[in-house]
Design a protein around this ligand. Structure first.
Ligand SMILES: [Zn+2]
Length: 128
């Protein structure tokens, strides 16, 4: 996929890799559906040394991103279920809730990934 090439912010956001070098995952467990470890992150990148928690409570800001992502997700779920699939309003409402609940671990990580990518640019160290 052309959009998902290394070096793009989208690559780091969707894969959860280090925003600076994109060589490894920021998360201890790559699977976000292992719910006890969904937000467990490495402290530093072992390739470029980037500290993920840039300042204390850095990722609290990701809550605002998460709100935006969930609103976008809800609107997308509504558009798919009501005008496209012609479900009833009640069924559309249930599908919005269901997609937000089911995708919640992913949204948590995407929000953190989007947030850290707003502050850190792709700048991989030179490999020898
Ligand atoms: Zn790195």
């Amino acid at each position: 996929m052309q959009m998902l090439k290394k070096g793009s912010k989208l690559y780091s956001i969707l894969t959860g890799t280090c925003p600076k070098c994109q060589k490894e995952s920021m998360y201890v467990d790559r699977n976000p559906y292992h719910l006890t470890k969904v937000l467990t992150m490495h402290e530093h990148c072992s390739h470029c040394g980037l500290k993920y928690q840039i300042e204390p409570s850095f990722f609290y800001g990701a809550m605002y991103v998460s709100y935006g992502v969930n609103v976008a997700l809800g609107i997308a779920a509504f558009i798919v279920s009501y005008p496209l699939l012609h479900l009833s309003l009640k069924a559309s409402f249930i599908s919005i809730i269901a997609s937000i609940v089911i995708l919640y671990p992913l949204v948590l990580r995407w929000s953190r990934n989007i947030y850290i990518n707003m502050f850190v640019a792709y700048d991989p160290p030179m490999d020898k």
